[in-house]
Design a protein around this ligand. Structure first.
Ligand code: PLP
Length: 221
């Protein structure tokens, strides 16, 4: 599995220093994740709680685990004690549950708001109007054990790079607009999580600070 090492190196060679590589290890076993770990990778993303928890338990404790997929409220309690960043927050109800579980662990959980930027109806996320009303209604600052670090988005699954560019540019402009906005004290705009295997280079051109790459590192699922 030396290819994992080579894949990580060639992706990192294409990333500016300020862009963090999240290795998306979903569907791959702990022994495969360990190969990436041995290649120096420390940040991993999983989209399902039931896959994330056993990998967290089996693997070295200096790994930073990110939850990147849709999260159900009743599963937050399983990941709150150890998760480093939740990319997929798309409702105040979910945020309140994360806060409640974070209080129980006496920690602050970092989150991103997932923004719907794709044309597919099926992708989760808030639209701009929903995000702005969430920011403006005063609920976020009550959640003292939450910190919002930025935004996450998934482009349309297409080979049309012009469309992907437009979608990433849109979320990047929202991200930059919010930087100059009167945000709640526990919210700032430092992280923009956009780009996967097929479009991470486009994402870097449009302000990504994190790219979530799976198949280009571990092979097809
Ligand atoms: C699976 C997944 C990725 C990585 O996809 P690849 O095409 O394998 O790079 C990125 N983000 C999310 C939310 C995912 O579920």
């Amino acid at each position: 599995m030396n290819y994992i090492n080579e894949n990580i190196n060639s992706i990192n060679a294409l990333l500016p220093k300020n862009v963090k590589l999240i290795a998306v290890s979903k569907t791959h076993g702990a022994e495969v994740v360990l190969k990436a770990y041995e290649a120096g990778q420390r940040v991993f993303g999983e989209n399902k709680v039931q896959e994330l928890v056993p990998k967290y338990e089996a693997l070295p404790k200096d790994i930073e685990w990110h939850l990147i997929g849709h999260l159900q409220k009743n599963k937050v309690k399983y990941i709150a004690p150890f998760v480093s960043l939740i990319h997929s927050v798309d409702s105040i109800e979910l945020l309140e549950e994360i806060n409640k579980q974070a209080v129980k662990c006496s920690k602050v959980v970092s989150c991103l708001f997932q923004i719907h930027i794709a044309q597919e109806e099926t992708k989760f996320g808030l639209n701009e109007e929903e995000l702005m009303s969430l920011i403006n209604n005063g609920d976020i600052e009550k959640l003292k054990n939450i910190k919002i670090l930025g935004l996450m988005g998934m482009a349309t699954n297409t080979t049309d790079s012009t469309l992907i560019s437009k979608e990433f540019e849109y979320i990047n402009s929202l991200f930059n607009k919010l930087k100059n906005y009167n945000l709640p004290p526990n919210m700032n705009m430092t992280e923009l999580s956009i780009g996967m295997s097929s479009d991470f280079k486009i994402a870097v051109e449009h302000g990504a600070t994190m790219v979530r790459v799976g198949s280009l590192i571990f092979g097809n699922r």
